[in-house]
Design a protein around this ligand. Structure first.
Ligand SMILES: Nc1ncnc2c1ncn2[C@@H]1O[C@@H]2COP(=O)(O)O[C@H]2[C@H]1O
Length: 899
C-alpha cells in the first residue's frame, strides 16, 4: 500500500490566486512505495458503524465496513492476521475486530496470498513488490504454521509504520479533500485578482449609487426603458451574488498565515459581519414591484455595499504612484455624487408640491421640459446651494426657508471639507519641494550668519542644485528610517547591490557578505574639486564610485596618478591597514565633477569581515596586489617619500610612554658581526620588505634567520609578558633595568618601532614583519634627530638614518649630541658617541631580528589557524569564525604596517 500524497498547493503570486488540487480519485493518487500497508480505523463508535454486506468475492469481502482503507483496499485481513498471530488481545469491541469481519477474514484466510498479490499488483510497483512479497511470505509463514511465532520486534515495527503512515494520511487529507475531485481556488485578499474583483463590484455599486436615485426622482422604469434598466439591475445583482461566492473562497490570515482550508474559509466568512451585509444587500425587495409597481428606491439596500467601494478606494490610494491625482479625482467624484443626490432630492420635493410655492422650487424655463433639462436644472440649483455661491430664488414659505438654511449649512461644511482636502493635496504635491527649500534656507541663513565666504556659499548652493536636479534626497537613510530592518535591507540590496557587484574586490564573494555590506553603504555626494581624502590622513572609510569621475593625485594635487569612474573603488588600502603607512591614505582623491559615491565605514567593514574570514583573506590579497601595482607606477616613489616624511604614522594608543618603558638590555649572544647584519639589511631592496606584501616580508625574515642573526628578547610592552615568562621559565630572576637616558630613548625608539609591527596584544592574524630600514623616519620639530655620520650613511644605504625620538631630555646624551652639530665639539667625544650609538643600534637591530623571528612564527601559526578556520567554514557552510573575538578584531583594525 502506498502513501497518499499531500495535495499540491500552488500559490500564484501574480494573481493572488491559490490553486489547490486534490486528486480526483484514489487511483489518481500518486502513490509512494515506502509503505507496506495502511489500515485506517474509523473513529466512529461501534454502535454507529454499519457493517454492510460487503462485497464478497472469491477472495473474501472486498470492503469491510467500518474500516477506511487508504485506497479502497481491505487491509483488515492483515491486521486480523497479525491479531491472530499476536499474543496481545485487541479489544473485540472495536469494529475492526468485530466478530463478523473476523469470521469472514478467518474463513478466507486461505485466499490471503492471492488477495495480497492482487493488492500488491495493483498498488505496488517496481522494487516495492519485493517488500510486499517479503511481507506476504511473512504472513504466510505465520499462517501456515500457527506455532510459528512472529518476531515481536517485527510486529512492533510494522505497527509503528502503520501508525506513522496513518498520521501522514490524516494530515495530508482534510475531510473535504477526501471526498474526491476538487479543483479549488482560494483568492489571496491582498492579491491582484482580489483587487480587480473589488473593482468590478465597485462598478456595480456605483451603478446603483448613481442610477437608483436618479430613476426614483426623474425617470422611473417605464415601458420604454424596462428592458435596459432591469438588465442592468440584475447584472449588478449577479455581481453581488458572485461577490458572496468570492468571499467564500477568499483566504484570510490566521496567525499571520493565509488560511486556505475551504471549510475554515466558509466558517470565517459566515461568522463575519460582511456576510450579513452582503445578504442584506441582496434582499429581494424588488418583488414588491409586483404589488406597488416600479419604484427604484426599493433597491436602496444595494447601497450597503458601499463598504466594498471604500475598500477599493483605499487600496487604490495605497498602491497608486499618483496618490494626489487619485485623491483629486476621488474628491471630485464625491462632490458630484452629493450634488447629484441633492439635485434628486430637490427635484423630488418640487415634484411633490414643494413647501407650498411651486415657483420657488421650479422656476425653470418653460422650454425646459424634458427629463435631461429637468435634471440639469436641479443639478445647477444643487450646486449653487451646496457651494454657498448663492443667487438662489428667495424662499417665501417657512418650509422653503428651513430647507434653504439646511442646504446652506450643509454646503458650508461641504465647502470647508473640500477646501481642506484640496489644500492637503496641494500641500502633498509640493511637500518635497518645501522640505528641500527649508533645508536650503537653514543652510543659507547659517552661512550668512557665520560669514562663510561667497565662493563657498555658491558651492553649497550649487550642491543643492545638483541634489534637486538629480532628484536625490540629501538624507536617504531618513527616508526609509521608519521601515523595519528587513525591508530596509531589501531596499538597500535593490538599490546598491548592482553597484557593489561591479566592484572587483566584491566579485565572487559570498552573497551574505555582500548583503551585509550593502546595508552599511552610505550614499554621499561630492562637488567638483572636493577632496574625498588626502594623503597621509587616517583612513576611516572606503568609497565606491556610483557616478562621476575622480582623480587620484599626489600631494601637490597636480600629478594625476589615476582616474576613477563608476564601479571603481578607493580608500581600501588604509582601512585594511595594508599600505606602507599603515592606516594612512597613500594618495589624495579628488572629485572632478559631481560624484555620487557609496561610503563604507572602516568599522563596518571590519565588523563584516569578522564574520567572513574567507572574504577578508581575499580582500587583503587583492589589496596587496593592487598596492604592488600602484607601487610600480610613479606613486611608488611618492608614497615612499611620504611615508618617510610623515612621522607620527603610528597611533600612540596602547603604547607606554617612552620614559616609563622598562628596559632589559642584553648583549648580543652571537658571534655574528653587527656589520654583517647591517650590511645584509642594507643590501635589501629599499621597498622590497616594506610594503610589497606579506611574501616579501616573510622572505626577509627567513633570510635573517638563515644567516644566524643574533636573537634577542624584545624590549617593550609588546612582548613583555613573553619575556617575563621566558625569564621565569629559565629561572632567571634578572630584573628589568632602567636604562640610561640615551639607552632608554634608543630602546624606546626600538620599542616604538617594534610596536608598529605588532600591536598589543599579539594578533592571531598575520602581521607585517619588520624591515630594517623602517627605522628610517624623518625628524620633525620637537623631536631630536641624530645626525648621520659617514658610518651611519653606510649602514643605512644612503638614506638618512634618523631615529625618531622624543624631545631631548635635559642633560641627556641625545641633547648633547644634537648640540654638537652647532658647536664643533671635541672629535674624540663625537667618535665615542658615534661608537656608542652604533653599538646601540646594532643591539636594537639584533633585537629587531629576534622580534621578526617571533613574529614570523606567530604568522605561521596564524596562517595555519586561518587555514583550519577556512576548512571549518567550508565544512560548516560559513559559520561564524571562532577567532572573531572583539579584542582581536580591534587589534587587527588598529594593526599598523611597518614603517
Ligand atoms: N596609483 C593609484 N591608482 C589608483 N588608485 C590609487 C592609486 N594610489 C592610491 N590609490 C587609491 O587611493 C586611495 C587613497 O586612500 P588609501 O590609501 O586608503 O587607498 C588608496 C587607493 O585605493
Amino acid at each position: 500500500m502506498k502513501r497518499i500524497p499531500m495535495p499540491s498547493l500552488r500559490h500564484s503570486r501574480d494573481t493572488g490566486k491559490i490553486v489547490k488540487y486534490t486528486p480526483c480519485s484514489k487511483q489518481d493518487l500518486h502513490l509512494d512505495d515506502d509503505l507496506d500497508e495502511i489500515a485506517v480505523v474509523s473513529n466512529a463508535a461501534p454502535e454507529n458503524v454499519k457493517y454492510g454486506p460487503g462485497t464478497l468475492t472469491a477472495n473474501g469481502p472486498r470492503v469491510v465496513p467500518g474500516i477506511i482503507t487508504s485506497a479502497g483496499m481491505d487491509h483488515s485481513r492483515l491486521v486480523s492476521e497479525r491479531r491472530s498471530a499476536s499474543s496481545t488481545r485487541l479489544p473485540t469491541s472495536s469494529p475492526l475486530y468485530s466478530t463478523k469481519s473476523s469470521e469472514n477474514l478467518k474463513s478466507k484466510s486461505a485466499s490471503k496470498q492471492s488477495l495480497l498479490d492482487a493488492v500488491s499488483n495493483k498498488f505496488h510497483g517496481g522494487n516495492h513488490r519485493r517488500r510486499s512479497r517479503e511481507s506476504m511470505a511473512f504472513i504466510n509463514k505465520a499462517h501456515i504454521g500457527s506455532d510459528l511465532e512472529i518476531s515481536r520486534k517485527i510486529r512492533e515495527q510494522r505497527r509503528k509504520d502503520i501508525k506513522r503512515e496513518f498520521e501522514k494520511w490524516e494530515t495530508s487529507t482534510s475531510s473535504s479533500e477526501k471526498i474526491g475531485c476538487n479543483w479549488t481556488f482560494v483568492f489571496d485578499p491582498s492579491g491582484r485578482l482580489s483587487y480587480y474583483w473589488s473593482m468590478v463590484v465597485s462598478v456595480a455599486f456605483l451603478y446603483n449609487f448613481w442610477v437608483m436615485i436618479y430613476r426614483f426622482a426623474f425617470n422611473e422604469i417605464n415601458a420604454n426603458t424596462i428592458v435596459a434598466w432591469l438588465t442592468l439591475d440584475y447584472l449588478a445583482d449577479i455581481l453581488y451574488v458572485l461577490d458572496i461566492a468570492f468571499h467564500f473562497r477568499t483566504g484570510y490570515l490566521e496567525e499571520g498565515v493565509l488560511q486556505t482550508d475551504s471549510i475554515k474559509l466558509q466558517q470565517h466568512y459566515m461568522n463575519s459581519t460582511m456576510f450579513y451585509i452582503d445578504c442584506l444587500c441582496l434582499l429581494p425587495l424588488d418583488v414588491l414591484y409586483l404589488s406597488i409597481g416600479f419604484n427604484s428606491i426599493l433597491r436602496c439596500l444595494r447601497l450597503v455595499k458601499i463598504y466594498r467601494f471604500w475598500a477599493f478606494l483605499d487600496r487604490t490610494e495605497r498602491h497608486t504612484n499618483y496618490p494626489n491625482v487619485f485623491r483629486t479625482v476621488s474628491l471630485t467624484h464625491y462632490l458630484l455624487v452629493i450634488f447629484h443626490w441633492n439635485a434628486s432630492l430637490y427635484h423630488i420635493i418640487s415634484k411633490n408640491g414643494g413647501f407650498g410655492s411651486r415657483n420657488w422650487f421650479n422656476p425653470r424655463d418653460e422650454n425646459c421640459y424634458d427629463v435631461v433639462c429637468e435634471y440639469l436644472h436641479s443639478f445647477y440649483w444643487s450646486t449653487l446651494a451646496l457651494t454657498t455661491i448663492g443667487d438662489l430664488p428667495r424662499p417665501r414659505t417657512k418650509g422653503e426657508y428651513l430647507f434653504l438654511v439646511v442646504e446652506l449649512v450643509f454646503g458650508l461644511f461641504l465647502f470647508a471639507a473640500v477646501l481642506g482636502h484640496v489644500a492637503n493635496i496641494v500641500t502633498n504635491v509640493s511637500a518635497a519641494r518645501k522640505e528641500f527649500q527649508a533645508r536650503l534656507d537653514i543652510v543659507k541663513t547659517y552661512m550668512r550668519m557665520r560669514r562663510v565666504p561667497d565662493h563657498l556659499q555658491n558651492k553649497v548652493i550649487r550642491w543643492f542644485d545638483y541634489l534637486w536636479m538629480t532628484q536625490k534626497s540629501s538624507d536617504e537613510d531618513h527616508s526609509v528610517g521608519f521601515l523595519p530592518d528587513k525591508l530596509k535591507a531589501e531596499i538597500a540590496i535593490h538599490v546598491h547591490l548592482d553597484t557593489l557587484k561591479r566592484v572587483e574586490i566584491f566579485q565572487n564573494t559570498e552573497a551574505g557578505f555582500l548583503c551585509e555590506l550593502v546595508l552599511r553603504l552610505r550614499p554621499v555626494l561630492f562637488s567638483p574639486g572636493d577632496y574625498i581624502c588626502r594623503k597621509g590622513e587616517v583612513g576611516k572609510e572606503m568609497y565606491i564610485v556610483s557616478r562621476g569621475r575622480l582623480e587620484v593625485v599626489t600631494d601637490n594635487g597636480k600629478t594625476v596618478l589615476a582616474t576613477l569612474k563608476a564601479g571603481s573603488y578607493f580608500g581600501e588600502i588604509s582601512i585594511l591597514n595594508m599600505g606602507t603607512a599603515g592606516n594612512r591614505r597613500t594618495a589624495s582623491v579628488r572629485s572632478v565633477g559631481y560624484s555620487d559615491l557609496f561610503c563604507l565605514n572602516k568599522q563596518d567593514m571590519w565588523d563584516v569581515l569578522k564574520d567572513y574570514p574567507a572574504a577578508r583573506v581575499r580582500l587583503e590579497a587583492i589589496a596587496v596586489k593592487r598596492l604592488e601595482k600602484y607601487r610600480k607606477d610613479p606613486l611608488k616613489k611618492i608614497a615612499m617619500g611620504r611615508s618617510r616624511s610623515t612621522p607620527g604614522l603610528v597611533e600612540s594608543s596602547g603604547k607606554v610612554p617612552l620614559e616609563d618603558m622598562p628596559l632589559y638590555p642584553r648583549e648580543p649572544s652571537t658571534s655574528a658581526s653587527a656589520d654583517t647584519l647591517l650590511s645584509d639589511y642594507d643590501s635589501r631592496p629599499d621597498e622590497g620588505a616594506v610594503a610589497s606584501g606579506i611574501s616579501s616580508r616573510r622572505t626577509s625574515m627567513d633570510d635573517i634567520q638563515r644567516k644566524g642573526q643574533p636573537l634577542y628578547e624584545r624590549i617593550g610592552p609588546g612582548l613583555k609578558i613573553a619575556c617575563t615568562n621566558q625569564a621565569e621559565a629559565s629561572g632567571s630572576s634578572r630584573p628589568y633595568l632602567t636604562a640610561s637616558s640615551l639607552d632608554r630613548q634608543l630602546a624606546a625608539a626600538a620599542i616604538s618601532h617594534t610596536n608598529l609591527l605588532s600591536p598589543l596584544p599579539p594578533s592571531p592574524y598575520p602581521v607585517h614583519s619588520p624591515s630594517p630600514h623602517t627605522l628610517d623616519v624623518s625628524p620633525l620639530s620637537g623631536y631630536s634627530a641624530m645626525s648621520s655620520t659617514g658610518a651611519d650613511h653606510a649602514l643605512f644605504g644612503g638614506h638618512s638614518p634618523h631615529l625618531l625620538v622624543p624631545s631631548p631630555i635635559p642633560g641627556s646624551r641625545i641633547g648633547s649630541v644634537s648640540s654638537y652639530s652647532g658647536r664643533d665639539p671635541h672629535p674624540d667625544l663625537l667618535i665615542a658617541e658615534i661608537k656608542r650609538l652604533r653599538e646601540r643600534l646594532i643591539t636594537l637591530e639584533a633585537e629587531n631580528a629576534s622580534m621578526s623571528m617571533k613574529l614570523s612564527h606567530q604568522q605561521w601559526e596564524v596562517e595555519n589557524r586561518l587555514a583550519e578556520i577556512e576548512l571549518q567554514i567550508c565544512g560548516t557552510g560559513g559559520e561564524a569564525s571562532p577567532i572573531s573575538s572583539g579584542s582581536t578584531d580591534e587589534n587587527e583594525r588598529n594593526r599598523e604596517s611597518i614603517i
